[in-house]
Write a protein that binds this ligand. Structure first.
Ligand SMILES: Cc1cc2nc3c(=O)[nH]c(=O)nc-3n(C[C@H](O)[C@H](O)[C@H](O)COP(=O)(O)OP(=O)(O)OC[C@H]3O[C@@H](n4cnc5c(N)ncnc54)[C@H](O)[C@@H]3O)c2cc1C
Length: 303
């Protein structure tokens, strides 16, 4: 049965390990319960692994559905059917065992399928859209469950029909390639090695890349040239091996992170007249200083 908590502290559910209390949290146990909650109109948003979000350290007036208990999946030959709460690294390892190729990149980060489809997660020249066949979504406008194929999903860099139309992913189907076991092992070994050399492990609070890559460039490269590596603000610090990651190294608050982001954003804008766009999603209340800085970083990108 769905577990529901009032005044729920989200901090330990996020990879950043930052956040205050939200008004209500619901954890459905199956897709039917998930649909019931979505139909109730009571909830403001849906989250998966919370690996791409920054919650305000202050209390947030939101009711949120978390999908982490929607974790059923099955393989039939090279077809994967998965619920939205299943995590990428688990499926990456299952595919490796089955000799299926296409999800080697998922070994490196903790996203759920719902979040990864919404954002069209990608790395190492592979993207979630590559092997996508179809998914079932709840349309929050019509309250209907509909099925969308790859074309209807309009996948772009960190974007899809899900984020544009306020759809909620329930479950999805993928068609993997029958691969060569040695190649799969080798690609996964390289992906893990790449992560270990350049990116922080999840034992250090972080939320992956902070800014999206501008077209034909890399946010990490620009931030590195602006000498941002190691710069600190309160308990937050730009990772010393990769300038597009922020670590929560000492009980950072969301204001520490956003103030540091604003420094990074301002430096790149000043030096290269490029306005970086945040990749992480901020979940907070409108009236705070952090929301003010966030609005500057996002509003300036509209012009
Ligand atoms: C160490 C590290 C490395 C990372 N590396 C990469 C990388 O290489 N490539 C990459 O693309 N990302 C990377 N990320 C970021 C992150 O893992 C991905 O963006 C992932 O897709 C987010 O999935 P999630 O389940 O955590 O989503 P969440 O953070 O929970 O949510 C993100 C967004 O997805 C929406 N969402 C979640 N579930 C659903 C659903 N069922 N239906 C509709 N919308 C939903 C949320 O509303 C929110 O808007 C990294 C993160 C970390 C911590």
């Amino acid at each position: 049965m769905t577990q529901i908590f009032d005044n729920y502290n989200v901090k330990n559910d996020t990879t950043f390990k930052i956040g205050g209390c939200i008004k209500k949290a619901a954890f459905p146990e199956n897709v039917e319960e998930f649909i019931q909650l979505l139909n109730s109109d009571e909830y403001d948003m849906v989250l998966g692994s919370c690996s791409n979000v920054l919650f305000s350290s202050q209390d947030v007036d939101k009711k949120i559905i978390f999908t982490k208990n929607l974790k059923k999946y099955s393989f039939e030959g090279n077809i994967l059917k998965t619920e939205c709460g299943v995590k990428g690294p688990l499926i990456s390892k299952e595919c490796q065992k089955l000799g299926l190729s296409g999800f080697e990149f998922l070994i490196g980060f903790p996203g759920s399928f719902g979040g990864m489809i919404c954002m069209n997660a990608s790395a190492h020249n592979q993207a979630i859209s590559d092997k996508f066949v179809k998914c079932r979504v709840f349309d929050t406008n019509t309250k209907q469950v509909i099925s969308l194929n790859k074309e209807e999903m309009q996948f772009l860099y960190r974007n899809s029909a899900v984020s544009k139309n306020k759809y909620i992913v329930l479950d999805a189907e993928f068609e993997l390639d029958n691969g060569n076991q040695e190649n799969i092992n080798e690609i996964m070994r390289r992906n893990i090695e790449f992560r270990q050399e350049r990116q922080p492990s999840l034992t250090l609070g972080n939320a992956g890349s902070i800014f999206k890559n501008p077209s034909n460039d890399s946010a990490g490269r620009l931030l590195d040239l602006c000498e941002m590596k190691g710069v600190k603000e309160g308990g937050a610090m730009v990772y010393k091996k990769h300038a597009n990651f922020i670590l929560n190294y000492d009980n950072a608050t969301s204001l520490d992170v956003i103030t540091l982001m604003y420094k990074m954003f301002s430096k790149v804008r000043e030096k290269y007249t490029i306005k970086l766009t945040p990749e992480i999603i901020f979940i907070g209340n409108k009236e705070t200083e952090e929301q003010r800085l966030w609005d500057i970083m996002t509003e300036e990108n509209i012009h």
